[in-house]
Design a protein around this ligand. Sequence first.
Ligand code: NAD
Length: 396
Amino acid sequence: MLVAIIGQGYVGLTIAVGAAGAGHSVVGFDVNDGLVSALNAGTSHIEGISDAALASFISSGAYQASTEPSVIDGCDVIVIAVPTPLDEARNPDLSYVHAAADLIAKNAKSSALVINESTSYPGTLRNEIAARITGVEHLYASSPERVDPGNTQWGTKNTPRLIGGLTPAAVAKAKEFYATFCDTIIEVSSPEVAEAAKIFENTFRQVNIALVNEFAQIADALGISGREVIDAAATKPYGFMEFNPGPGVGGHCIPVDPSYLAHVANEVGVPATFIKRANEVNLAMPAYVVKRVVAGSGGSIKDKKVVVVGVSYKSNVADTRETPAAGVIDLLRAQGATVTWHDDLVGSWHGESSAPISGADIAVLVTKHDGLDLAALMGCGYIFDCTGSIAGADGI
Ligand SMILES: NC(=O)c1ccc[n+]([C@@H]2O[C@H](COP(=O)([O-])OP(=O)(O)OC[C@H]3O[C@@H](n4cnc5c(N)ncnc54)[C@H](O)[C@@H]3O)[C@@H](O)[C@H]2O)c1
């Protein structure tokens, strides 16, 4: 099939490579010139996709990136994989989805299967995408992406894929497309079910993470180790699922998607109380971390040299979107500390560069990447560990 993928970020590039590997002819459309040039030069910006794999698809003609909107014309399948962030008021921002739909309306002159993989609330495919595209009669399906960047066990191929379509023909074509590079396809009765399943999955994670974050604070106040309690509880072979506490939640999904569910809940008059409380708990974790760092450092960190280690939102990825490290750094600075950060994967961020760990009075380990210089970390006077991986260190 001729496949166009709108958006070449974590999701779009991952699907592009999956489809190219299955023998489709793929064009990755993106509005970012620099990204498109880098991709066409064989440079991947995604941890799970090697430059070598990308280069081989480019040289075989299976993949190319483009900023030219007309490339989507004549494609059999058009996949939308654009950002779905929150606006300033933490409400859904569908402007990127609307731009992608408008791009299809303007450029796709023959009938195609239009698939939305971007995460959004139920009704998005029907009301925000299909309704904006008039003229050509396309098929429409929703297949929310579940990729977990950096996860080596579960990827595009072996993570079951949900599909819901506006018509049986759309479902059939979407199944035919995904069956070429996904092992398990699960058809649901409507796009709304597929869309809601994705945001419910991430809400489940957000609420459970908030629960362990709150529990970790209770356990600490009780003078027992929250992590030891969680490990003990996890020995129960049924009815318990282990989540670990941390400095908050980051990335494009967990801090964002539940607010899409809360938004539609509000529209239909149902109070999304768990989501609201989970947001409050998770967003307050950086303040809790800094409170503990101050307490563990004798009551003041004024003029102390503090290094925040690991500023991406999770291990072994360079993604800093919504990272709780940002709040930790701001609040440490508000306490009068001189704060630097160290993260080889991120390199530069917010106009600052990764600094050495050594020489700091205090190290706050927010995210632990493989290859972290543990000797340098252990050389700091006081270590506060948000990851539960440094034996004997203070932490959550
Ligand atoms: N990153 C994840 O782990 C993940 C997992 C599952 C689902 N998702 C969802 O997938 C969607 C995409 O997320 P992502 O992480 O790939 O985002 P991303 O920011 O990594 O990539 C999005 C890309 O879309 C491009 N873009 C923006 N507007 C465009 C337009 N009008 N036309 C063409 N390209 C455009 C951007 O330049 C960017 O390269 C979101 O809805 C997200 O919630 C993400």
